[in-house]
Design a protein around this ligand. Structure first.
Ligand code: FES
Length: 165
């Protein structure tokens, strides 16, 4: 069953067009679309009477806001000391090659976002990679490759089920 996604106008019109509601609008847009696009930012700023530059300073001040689209899956490779010593960097390089995207970026097909993080608090399990909410311990590039293949498989099937090419 498909649910219709709210339009930008529907989202902003939940609030009065005033600067103090800017953050609420941005939060709602992010939870609907996953990030705040340039167009969304323009609509929100126009509607609430805030200059565009101020909209962007708010969005960059609060780190929870994302200004770029995110992939369907997030792959976060830990590069804290313990993980780095146990080969974290090599994992990053392998995944960058595999996904054809540099750390910090999202693949063109919007399937994966790759990033590095500093210690996810599981040093005894180093090297650690967090895929979505799942912590993968004692990772190697090969093990991660296997995991990504499973995700690829799921994504392929989802795409087929929904009739996308
Ligand atoms: S350094 Fe990777 S979990 Fe702590």
């Amino acid at each position: 069953m498909s649910q219709s996604v709210e339009t930008l106008d529907e989202i902003v019109e939940r609030y009065p067009g005033q600067p103090e509601y800017l953050i609420f609008m941005l939060q709602d847009i992010q939870s609907t679309y996953g990030y705040i696009s340039e167009d969304s930012m323009k609509v929100v700023c126009d509607y609430s009477g805030v200059p565009l530059t101020q909209g962007y300073s708010v969005a960059t001040f609060y780190q929870s806001f994302r200004l770029d689209p995110r992939g369907e899956h997030e792959v976060r490779v830990c590069l804290g000391t313990a993980c780095h010593l146990k080969g974290g960097q090599r994992i990053v390089e392998e995944v960058e090659r595999r996904l054809n995207v540099a750390a910090g970026g999202t693949t063109e097909d919007l399937r994966y976002t790759l990033s590095t993080v500093n210690c996810v608090g599981a040093c005894a399990l180093a090297p650690v990679v967090v895929v979505d909410e799942e912590y993968l311990s004692n990772m190697t590039a090969k093990k991660l490759e296997k995991h990504l293949k499973t995700l690829d498989y799921d994504l392929e099937n989802e795409t087929k089920e929904h009739g996308h090419v």
